[in-house]
Design a protein around this ligand. Structure first.
Ligand code: OSB
Ligand code: MG
Length: 379
């Protein structure tokens, strides 16, 4: 199926500014600006592939940043990928396998090769990934607000729009109170969970245990980003399932976490685990082990979201995805038309061949901060 592929003729990496509607406030601080990294390929038949490496501008979520992602993608990951025997995503992932960490860079490059292969074969990303179904259920991830009333207002809005699950960002001083208020205002049937973005330590176990009273689907990343063992200790004291985000940066990380019961719920972000190939393996592992699994988000543009949407239509995904549409996050998207959440709380999975969305190359060009054209071998 991947034989006789036309060669790649252009390959470039871009750092692009996305126009945030408002800052995103979490347990790791305030994120006021959002730049992302795009990888763009064309082949000799005129097919295109776009990928996105959605690290944040700063190293307060994980060590990767927009700048490190741009540099590693341009200097190492994309040159290695171009040397892969065939251009299939699996070969590209294998050839980038010598890179340690830098998962967002590897994921962005691999994503571009997924989209290119889909375009070359005239198939959708969903078909290529073996997904099924017309749409996927989604929830909303709410940043920390100035007041509980503001939070209640936004939850009411999202529930009225159909979102099937609410995730509240928490941090010390903003945890039991907003959770109690949301549970009391919207009742027991709303699927509710929290995300601490690593803002607590084991000394906070009493506070975290109080959250057991609110029937949360999970507590996401309560402890430090690399605190695998501590999460296993914490899970023993909590009825609520621990979900890991920051700590899980590869297939092996997920396997280890499940082996020691450090989490009973998995947030899977392709960017964070190094790409869609690793993501599909993780989904299979979670399915075998009967672990709750959902697709997280990195406030990607529609370019990154395209891969996420196809991914979470594959087997193994049990819970709604973090997939706020561009209309919630940005002034506009890099794809046009972009997607919206339907009244039934789902987003339609793109069916068009290739990426599945039309990229607004004019916006990409206008928003580009820097660009690197890859011509030669890896550093
Ligand atoms: O912790 O899940 C997180 C965004 C950036 C970095 C970390 C996280 C998030 C989100 C966003 O919660 C969810 C989305 O992309 O819609
Ligand atoms: Mg998270």
């Amino acid at each position: 199926m991947t034989t006789d592929r036309a060669p790649v003729v252009t390959a470039e990496v871009r750092q692009v500014a996305l126009p945030f509607i408002k800052p995103f406030v979490t347990g790791f601080g305030v994120t006021a600006s959002r730049q992302t990294v795009l990888i763009h390929l064309t082949d000799a038949d005129g097919n295109e592939g776009w990928g996105e490496g959605p690290a944040l501008d700063h190293p307060f979520y994980l060590p990767d940043t927009t700048a490190t992602t741009f540099g590693i993608a341009a200097d190492v990951a994309l040159p290695l990928a171009l040397e892969a025997g065939d251009l299939s995503p699996a070969s590209v992932a294998a050839s980038m396998g010598v890179i340690r960490g830098n998962t967002f860079a590897r994921s962005g490059v691999e994503g571009a090769f997924w989209a290119l292969q889909a375009a070359a074969e005239g198939r959708s990303l969903q078909e290529l990934m073996g997904g099924s179904g017309e749409s996927v259920p989604v929830g909303e991830s709410l940043g920390i607000a100035a007041t509980v009333d503001e939070t209640l207002e936004e939850v009411a809005l999202r529930l009225s729009e159909g979102y099937g699950r609410i995730k509240l960002k928490i941090r010390p001083g903003w945890d039991v109170e907003p959770v109690r208020a949301v549970r009391e205002a919207f009742g027991p049937d709303v699927m509710l969970q929290v995300d601490a973005n690593a803002a607590y330590t084991l000394a906070d176990v009493d506070t975290l245990r109080r959250l057991d009273d609110y029937d949360l689907a999970c507590i996401e990343q309560p402890l430090q980003w690399d605190a695998l063992l501590e999460h296993a200790q914490l899970q023993r004291h909590l009825a609520t399932p621990v979900c890991l985000d920051e700590t899980l940066r590869s297939f092996e990380d997920v396997r280890r976490a499940l082996d020691i019961d450090a989490c009973r719920n998995v947030n899977l972000k392709p960017g964070r685990v190094g790409g869609l190939t690793a993501s599909l393996r993780i989904a299979e592992l979670c399915r075998e082990r009967g672990i709750a699994l959902w697709c997280g988000g990195m406030m990607e543009s529609g370019i990154g979201r395209a891969g996420n949407l196809a991914l979470c239509s594959a087997a193994g995904f049990t819970d709604p995805a973090d997939m706020s549409p561009a209309s919630v996050l940005f002034e506009w998207d890099l794809v046009d038309p972009t997607f919206e959440v339907e009244p039934d709380g789902t987003i339609a999975v793109p069916v068009a061949p290739g990426l599945g969305f039309a990229v607004r190359a004019d916006r990409v060009e206008a928003q580009t901060i820097r660009r690197s054209v890859v011509l030669g071998p890896a550093v």
